[in-house]
Design a protein around this ligand. Sequence first.
Ligand SMILES: [Zn+2]
Length: 354
Amino acid sequence: MNDLLIKSFKPSKKLILFVIILVILFSSIIIFYSFAMDTSTHEETSTEEKKDFIKWVDFNVSAEALNLTAKLDIDSHNKKEEVTYNWIELLAYLSCKNGGNFKNFKAKNLNNLVETLKSGQSLESLTQDLKFYNYYYESYMAVLGGFIGNYSIEVQQEDGSKTYEKKYGLKAFLPIAKNYSFSHYDDFGNSRSYGFKRTHLGNDLMGSIGTPIIAVESGIVEHLGWNQYGGWRIGIRSFDSKRYYYYAHLRKNHPYSEGLEEGMTVKAGDVIGYLGMTGYSVKENVNNINVPHLHFGMQLIFDESQVDSPNEIWIDVYQIIEFLKKNRSEVYMANKETKDYERKFDFIENNLIE
Ligand SMILES: [Zn+2]
């Protein structure tokens, strides 16, 4: 019986061929399916990697526009006005109207906007159809996001004692200490010939050797040490990680303030180093810069892939330096042996104590 059954199932050549085709078809379906699953997960990760971030910013908001919008923001908050202003929103709105070019900025345009907001219109309704509003807002948040806010600062009382005062206002400082003179002009994009042909990606502040250099904004010291171009330099990343501040050509032999190290937190207004003329040398601690100055630069980072890439975004900080002249950190010689300076009035970021 069994024999018979087996015999009757004796496969013909056609059947074998059919089974082989079936197996091939089935396995290719499995392979295709697993491959499709695989690519779909890959697509998910690559869309995550390819998330949209800003690739370029031309920052040319004028010091006048920075001053006026900052004043509106700070005053409206301190006086607890009915309508409070966010200077970055105001600037982003103005940019939509002038194409991001503040060369022809008129205070009248800002006043018109303020009147409209005072009359009860919301900024959301005014900007909902402005195509580039979000781009400008995000760009200016990256540049100026740490400049205005809550902080506490030591204030000298009439009897000479110091107490902390809570404030809302400008909490970014000029990189040159108070009572030290400096000069500068808008030299962003000028050509430089040392090394390879390149453009100048910052602002040079000419001053005397040894002038205490001030941290513009609080942050973490990311780089410290010798760099062929910048000489003794300091790189500080803001807490929101969007800004990288670059301070270069610091003083030979004694470039940094006492105890400054990579990884350390510094506060806006702290003394971080001293003006000098080091750089343009592979060899360390060499003065190869002709005129003593601080090279000050700001790089914007929207995505970490932009760090150390050909797509770094350095902005023109000339107008920012002009704007920051109104907030300077006073210093004194704190250590007569090492000739190190420190800030006179301590400062506390609100987000550090709360
Ligand atoms: Zn420079």
